[in-house]
Design a protein around this ligand. Structure first.
Ligand code: FAD
Ligand code: UDP
Length: 398
């Protein structure tokens, strides 16, 4: 083919670690059973095996490793993310150094445009956003004054509506945030914790990057490749296409690390914890570029929230281009914990059960019901590992 790409290694459509059936082998024994091969499970498995010489079985009910970060080369040879765009960014040197053992990186600073009133405008809102929306010319002070005249500054901040209105006022809130949030979460911003829309800052300068973290980079050969290296140990056995329920009784002596939904673990004893789901629609187009930015957000006019064009993330060169649409849904795979007081109260009940269950460790975005980014999950998993290894060392001495 005439396709050229600095990244293409082998044109695999699905990864080498495909579905394997679980048959407990006689004599097979493990110190740890890790449930879920996403970042939380991957980090714990790697640390237990390589730092403490533990024998680890890691299972995932999906037919691949990597959890929600899973990526693969599609039929056009573009490295795409199966479960929506995953952009790595962190301020943590520890997290960056830890992951750098398993991947090299491609520097990448993410940028997003939002389609508002027929224009594509930078989000987070910055001076350029306001200048173009209102046909103004502003400096930093001008921006400050523009916002001060609109922002409801004295407002008590509890919800996502509060935080946005207190920063930019009601009009910008309605154009950029209210409908996007309703679509994404199925809730009005006034029903969601401030931490949700609070993820998106307001800039009093022209910085149009989505993140300002110290480290912003993508794994050079993708997340799945990074996971393959992370789990490449003779003490780690990987079984994909295997649910916890299939193996829960096969290894009674193994300690369990659980990274799936915490309510599922406890058979929904207190009722189901709400998680928001998405449907991903992947497409490849016979043109070099699809859109003007890596991600375009559609707050108001479409059923989808955003479109991602993957070539921006990978730097690949190709006459074709692959994109993904995200359609929010109530039903389906649990992708997002929904931060609001009533859900946090329900989670607190499950957490109490989880804390009492000392032979099982709950870690990750689903098991601790936290709207965490990848780096936060890695940091949480490393902290959890330190706690486990201290306990193990104390037990070994006793
Ligand atoms: P997961 O990756 O969900 O892994 C849990 C695994 O457990 C899953 O593979 C699941 O199949 C498995 N499992 C569950 N139950 C069972 C069971 N009973 N038996 C066996 N296996 C089970 N973060 C960023 O930093 N930057 C981003 O740009 C970003 N974008 C995102 C976009 C989307 C659409 C989503 C949904 C998330 C995004 N994230 C992003 C967050 C990121 O995906 C998570 O922080 C991280 O992947 C969570 O890792 P985890 O191991 O906790 O969970
Ligand atoms: N948000 C919004 N408009 C936007 C971008 C974000 O209203 O153009 C709000 C929305 O509630 C969203 C939240 O801010 O769910 C967090 O956005 P982010 O891009 O961090 O979401 P994620 O990438 O985690 O889906």
């Amino acid at each position: 083919t005439q396709y050229v790409s600095p990244l293409r290694v082998t044109p695999v459509e699905m990864h080498s670690l495909t579905r394997r059936t679980m048959r407990p082998v006689r004599g097979e024994s493990y110190d740890y059973l890790v449930v879920g091969a996403g970042l939380a499970g991957g980090v714990l498995a790697e640390r237990l095996a390589n730092d403490m010489d533990k024998r680890v079985l890691i299972v995932d009910k999906r037919d691949h490793i990597g959890g929600n970060t899973f990526d693969y080369y599609d039929a056009a040879g573009i490295l795409v993310h199966k479960y929506g765009p995953h952009i790595f960014h962190t301020n943590s040197t520890e997290v960056m150094q830890y992951l750098s053992q398993f991947t090299s990186w491609r520097n990448y600073e993410h940028r997003v445009l939002a389609q508002v009133d027929g224009q594509l405008l930078p989000i987070p809102i910055n001076i350029d956003t306001i200048e173009r929306m209102y046909n103004l010319s502003l400096d930093g002070d001008g921006m400050q004054q523009f916002l001060a005249a609109r922002a409801e500054a004295g407002r008590t901040i509890r919800t996502s509506e509060d935080i946005v209105v207190s920063r930019v006022g009601r009009e910008l809130y309605e154009k950029f945030f209210r409908n996007y949030t309703r679509k994404q979460w199925g809730l009005d911003p006034s029903e969601l914790d401030a931490s949700v829309a609070g993820r998106i800052p307001v800039r009093h300068n022209r910085d149009d990057r989505y993140f300002t973290d110290t480290y912003q980079a993508m794994p050079l050969h993708g997340f799945t490749r990074m996971f393959e290296r992370m789990l490449d140990s003779k003490r780690i056995t990987i079984r994909t296409g295997v649910a916890y329920q299939d193996v829960a009784h096969a290894y009674p002596n193994a300690k369990v690390i659980f990274t799936g939904p915490v309510d599922e673990y406890f058979d929904y004893r207190f009722g189901a914890l709400p998680y928001r789901s998405l449907e991903f629609k992947h497409e490849t187009h016979d043109r070099e570029r699809f859109q003007a930015a890596p991600v375009v957000n559609y707050p108001n006019d479409q059923a989808y929230t955003r479109i991602t064009e993957f070539k921006y993330l990978t730097g690949q060169v190709s006459p074709r281009t692959s994109i993904v649409y995200e359609y929010p849904k109530a039903e389906g795979d649990p992708y997002y914990p929904i931060p609001r007081p009533r859900n946090m109260a329900l989670y607190a009940k499950y957490k109490e059960l989880a804390d009492r269950k000392s032979e099982v460790t709950f870690v990750g975005r689903l098991a601790t019901y936290k709207y965490y980014n990848m780096d936060q999950v890695v940091a949480q998993a490393l902290t959890t590992y330190r706690r486990i290894s201290e306990q193990e060392r104390k037990l070994a001495v006793a």
